[in-house]
Design a protein around this ligand. Structure first.
Ligand code: FE
Length: 202
């Protein structure tokens, strides 16, 4: 890989040019590209994050390492790469609920969550979630938090990419890591949604 550091705009321009070329030459269709983005947005990335969360739920020592240095703990599982050098995991508890955002642009922990969804990059989400997190969670994500739970919003940057360790769902005592994995959702690692419940996957 090139050692040159490129600006976001330059990378975006190159990707756009490459995309047009692939379409012009008939190598790929717009639909195929959209599908690829969708895969990275919803499938490939978040599945890796879900692995990490399931392991943290099942293994307290791993969880401690994850909260101490997320990038290093993920590297233990072979998960690392671009935009994942400085990841910080924040833990949900019965008292505190965490949400992530990048108010400046769209910083996001790619190796564990994949590409950020479009709404994450939307200026409206970026502005409103810091001002009125409860309202945004309720109105945009139909996620109503109990009033006695404190909401903390974490503003990511290129130096610090936050993501959330959601609470382990109730009724999952004795579940294997494999079973726990099925409960993790992308939105729960962003903080805008819940995990699945034990009944959901039973
Ligand atoms: Fe950013």
């Amino acid at each position: 890989m090139s050692a040159h550091i490129r600006s976001r705009e330059e990378i975006a321009a190159r990707v756009k040019a490459l995309e047009s070329m692939l379409i012009d030459k008939g190598i790929m269709t717009t639909q195929a590209i959209d599908r690829m983005v969708e895969i990275y947005e919803n499938e490939v990335g978040p599945q890796l994050g879900a692995r990490v969360v399931a392991k943290a739920w099942a293994d307290p020592e791993f969880k401690a390492r994850l909260l101490h240095d997320a990038s290093e703990a993920c590297a233990e599982l072979g998960i690392s790469g671009l935009q994942g050098e400085d990841m910080v995991v924040v833990e949900d508890t019965p008292e505190v609920h965490n949400v992530i955002v990048c108010t400046l642009c769209s910083c996001y922990p790619w190796p564990v969550l994949g590409l950020p969804p479009n709404w994450y990059k939307d200026p409206q989400y970026r502005a409103a979630i810091t001002r009125e997190p409860r309202k945004v969670l309720s109105e945009a994500f139909s996620y109503d938090l109990p009033t006695d739970v404190e909401v903390r919003v974490w503003d990511s940057s290129s130096e610090m990419r936050y993501w959330v360790l959601p609470q382990r769902p109730a009724g999952t005592e004795g579940w294997s890591e494999e079973q726990l994995y099925e409960l993790v959702t992308r939105d729960s690692m962003i903080g805008v949604g819940t995990t699945k419940s034990a009944e959901d996957v039973a």
